[in-house]
Design a protein around this ligand. Structure first.
Ligand code: FE2
Length: 431
């Protein structure tokens, strides 16, 4: 097989995996649940289904393949920038049967294009980049659809085995000191890295300490029990205003008795599991209460990628190999984070656990472009979100597919959002 054949095969496998997940998430509920809006924060599930097909049509079928449009008439309806999520249920959306047929037609054409086009000669197709972009886009919407499932009320429809348990308990107050010095942040070489992860550049950091594991339910419950939600001094001014206005008293989906609702089931919260469904303001307030702070994005990435033995930045905390089920809790194999210490093979060289998988981790940093950033392939992918007050999240969650998760991958959201699968860890300066 030629290198291009191997790449085509990989792309086809990834496209199929993403599609199986999309259909699993859609088929889990009936048509009524597919068209209804489960939260004003989310699209109806059937919008996500047709939207992933529409993006695939725009990029793979029309742009790369130069083929006739399948449904040019629906482009506007599925343009995320034209219609905020809250307005999407009122649109004349494709119904579930039409949406499934549409994405099947588009996929057939896209696979045809994949087989016919040289994956070289044009930056968009070199190394299969635009196919990787579409695969990651579908997987990102699958995570969004999973978050919609978590907001949905009614009987449970999703099931998964529990994540692995730690063989050796890890102290959830332990920290790791990262020595001062420069490291390479971002990447110029990862073929499917998105524009906002580029270019690789040197960042020099003073020494700092970072939590060895994400903040656990046990530690977060101490903050709640200590009156953390009643003490303005732990909160930023904006955070306190939001806490009051939104009436926040504990993480989303908690019941206050050591249980939480997860995908329609009320379950016990293991004390040593990473806390989930907190917004940036809650994460920052906890950190202040604990006498610490959120790590910056650069601190998170250095802890995750910097190898003190070689001075190199690696693709993942464990090295350069793609994630497997033994490295990290990714890919919706489980419907919850794993208890801390459950992935000893995923530990970074300095001894930091579970940086990748389990929960997205809020960082202190506002989303912006790296020095030397250039838009590729379009402004709306990331540049329009720079410097607007979005906060960066890192590392992916149990609901993030490995193809959409790297040591350099950047996610962002408003500091009030907590329907995403987000937790955090804390850091402090080291004199
Ligand atoms: Fe999208």
């Amino acid at each position: 097989m030629t290198e291009t054949d191997t790449l085509r095969e990989r792309v086809a496998v990834e496209l199929t995996r993403a599609r199986e997940r999309t259909l699993t998430l859609a088929d889990a509920v009936d048509d009524h649940d597919l068209v209804r809006q489960h939260s004003p924060l989310m699209s109806p599930l059937v919008w996500d289904v047709a939207h992933v097909g529409n993006q695939e049509e725009l990029w793979l079928v029309r742009d790369v393949g130069r083929r006739e449009p399948v449904r040019a008439d629906i482009d506007t309806m599925y343009d995320a920038f034209q219609h905020p999520r809250a307005d999407r249920p009122a649109l004349p959306l494709l119904d579930p049967t039409e949406a499934r047929a549409y994405i099947r037609t588009v996929r057939d054409k896209a696979l045809d294009v994949l087989g016919a086009e040289p994956l070289a000669g044009r930056r968009l197709t070199t190394d299969g980049f635009v196919f990787g972009l579409i695969v990651q886009h579908e997987q990102q919407h699958d995570e969004t659809m999973l978050a919609t499932h978590q907001l949905r009320t009614g009987p449970a429809v999703l099931d998964a085995p529990p994540p692995p348990a730690p063989d050796v308990p890890v102290d959830d107050r332990a920290e790791v000191v990262v020595p001062a010095g420069a490291f390479t942040m971002g990447t110029s070489v990862e073929p499917w890295a998105l524009d906002n992860e580029r270019p690789g550049h040197t960042v020099d950091l003073p020494a700092y300490a970072i939590d060895a594991v994400p903040v656990t339910n046990r530690r977060y419950a101490e903050f709640v029990a200590d009156g953390g939600y009643d003490e303005p001094r732990w909160w930023t001014a904006d955070g306190w205003a939001h806490r009051r206005e939104a009436g926040l008293t504990m993480p989303m989906h908690w019941h206050g008795d050591g249980t939480a609702t997860r995908f329609g089931r009320r379950t016990d919260l293991p004390p040593d599991e990473p806390v989930l469904h907190v917004c940036w303001y809650e994460a920052a307030a906890f950190a202040a209460w604990a006498g610490r702070r959120l790590p910056t994005e650069a601190e998170w990435e250095k802890a995750a990628r910097w190898d003190p033995a070689t001075g190199r930045s690696r693709r993942y905390p464990w090295g350069d190999d793609d994630p497997t089920a033994r490295h990290a809790n990714l890919g919706q194999r489980h419907l919850r984070p794993a208890r801390v210490g459950a992935y000893p093979l995923g530990v970074s060289p300095l001894g930091v656990h579970q940086l990748v998988g389990d929960v997205w981790e809020w960082t202190a940093t506002e989303f912006t472009g790296y020095p030397g950033f250039t838009v590729f392939p379009y402004r709306e992918y990331s540049e329009v979100f720079f410097d607007r007050g979005y906060r960066v999240l890192r590392g992916g969650s149990f609901g993030t597919d490995p193809v959409a998760c790297r040591g350099t991958f950047r996610n962002w959201d408003w500091p009030v959002r907590r329907q995403i699968f987000a937790g955090f860890r804390t850091a402090r300066d080291v004199a």
